[in-house]
Design a protein around this ligand. Structure first.
Ligand code: DQA
Length: 148
């Protein structure tokens, strides 16, 4: 079974971008941390990663894997707050999506408090840094993975 971590706009700049908000690790380093943190739990799964700054590319990726993969951990960046299309895509696919934000969006500007995507996601993790991705994956595996 396959799992996907997907990052939206500006998250390719992680490590360089506002490190006081988003930390100093780039996503390659974060993926290493996630793999180390999850250890054996990930062994039966293939973990894929996709990042795009383009709303349409994120839509295409959700459509491509959203009927097939175990689930998706998605940090939509600012598209959380603006994109009805991405929220509709999450509603339209059959596999669960966990929304993740590195920062605590409720501690920041007012316009970050609302997420269209959250209305369609199974849950939201915000403010726990890179661990949010690992916790999201853990949830998908425990809740939807094969029970032996
Ligand atoms: C973010 C929070 C968003 O409000 C912001 O636009 C981002 C990053 C986060 O991971 O904390 O680009 O999704």
């Amino acid at each position: 079974k396959d799992l996907l971590i997907m990052n939206g706009p500006n998250l390719n700049l992680l490590g360089k971008r506002e490190p006081e908000v988003y930390g100093s690790a780039n996503f390659e380093e974060i993926l290493d941390q996630i793999n180390a943190d999850m250890g054996e739990l990930l062994l039966p799964y293939r973990l894929h990663y996709f990042q795009s700054n383009h709303e349409g590319a994120l839509l295409d990726q959700l459509h491509a894997v959203g009927f097939d993969y175990l689930g998706i951990v998605f940090n939509p960046g600012a598209y959380a707050h603006t994109s009805i299309a991405l929220a509709d895509a999450v509603r339209g696919i059959s596999r669960p999506v966990v929304e993740v934000h590195l920062s605590n969006v409720h501690q920041r500007e007012e316009y970050r408090r609302h997420s269209y995507l959250a209305e369609a996601a199974v849950g939201v993790i915000s403010g726990l840094g890179w661990r949010g991705y690992a916790l999201g994956l853990r949830y998908l595996i425990e809740q939807f993975g094969q029970k032996i």
